[in-house]
Design a protein around this ligand. Structure first.
Ligand SMILES: [Zn+2]
Length: 306
């Protein structure tokens, strides 16, 4: 995800909040570890001597360099960035950003939306369109990329705006040079497909190419490519055995999902392909809920609520 400093931005994390969370975790004695170290520990199966947290950032936005990296570096916290390599290569910009940009740029008007349950949407004043964007994002996840792109194009036309070919600065990717510079500062980089599709929805050759090509690009461009993959969207229906087999054949050693759970060494070391289903919590953006998760309280809270 993305980062912001003073001006909160749609779908991004506050850098000050991140600093506060890192400070608090350091204060509590947590180990802030690199993902590959954590994965190696999980595969060994022995419990970690101290509560251990690894940070990952998906997609490869440029604001990681401008904002996120300094915060992690200030707390000597390694972090891993998963790259959608077509985005870094400048071949595409991410479809949810296209929707966001269209809705941000459009004058006030009513638009017709044809995905999901469809309907007419009054865009309302600028700055109040977050809920509409989120609704459109969810609907777009349910369709293939051709249909999605057609609907996005249609939305741009209805709004009377022309989608730029490359992402505006606010949505820009890291360049490969910047990726290598960040490597020099201790950050690591792994593959996250080429064009960020939901893999399970693709035909066989396309799914395999999305995995193989993105790993090939990371290996070509990155000095120490991290053989750990992140599934786009990352929920249980978004990938399956086919993807796991492909990752294994490409020599990738593990993969992370977005299942909100703790990674348990015993489970990862003993259950067959569990190393390709390592769960991750969403970073909640504030100190208190972050500590709730890292202290294990979250599990307790959930159990009590249930
Ligand atoms: Zn992603």
């Amino acid at each position: 995800h993305r980062f912001h400093s003073d001006q909160p931005r749609h779908d991004s994390e506050s850098v000050d909040g991140l600093r506060a969370a890192l400070e608090a975790m350091r204060g509590e004695g947590y180990e802030l570890a690199a993902l590959d170290v954590v994965v190696a520990g999980l595969r060994e199966g022995a419990p970690f001597p101290r509560p251990t947290v690894a940070f990952t950032i998906d997609d490869g936005y440029r604001d990681f360099l401008e904002l996120g990296a300094d915060a992690f570096a200030a707390y000597d916290c390694p972090a891993t960035v998963f790259l959608a390599t077509g985005f870094i290569d400048g071949d595409l910009w991410l479809w949810w950003d296209q929707i966001d940009w269209i809705l941000q740029s459009a004058p006030r008007r009513t638009v017709e939306w044809t995905l999901g349950s469809g309907g007419m949407f009054d865009l309302g004043p600028m700055g109040s369109r977050l809920d509409i964007a989120e609704r459109f994002w969810e609907d777009c996840k349910g369709v293939g990329s051709a249909r999605r792109q057609a609907v996005i194009q249609e939305l741009a036309e209805q709004c009377g705006v022309q989608l730029p070919k490359t992402p505006p600065a606010d949505f820009a990717p890291l360049s490969w040079d910047e990726v290598r510079a960040l490597e020099g500062r201790g950050f690591t980089f792994g593959p996250h497909t080429v064009s960020h599709p939901i893999l399970a929805r693709l035909d066989h050759p396309t799914a395999l190419a999305e995995i193989g090509d993105s790993w090939a690009r990371v290996r070509e461009e990155v000095s120490a490519p991290l053989p750990i993959f992140a599934y786009p969207n990352g929920q249980s229906g978004d990938f399956g055995d086919r993807e796991i087999r492909a990752l294994d054949e490409h020599g990738l050693v593990a993969a992370v999902t977005t299942e909100q759970a703790y990674a348990e060494p015993r489970r990862v070391s003993q259950v067959g392909d569990e190393r390709f289903r390592i769960p991750r919590f969403d970073y909640p953006g504030h100190v208190h809920p972050t500590l709730q998760i890292t202290s294990g309280l979250e599990a307790l809270v959930r159990r009590v609520r249930r």
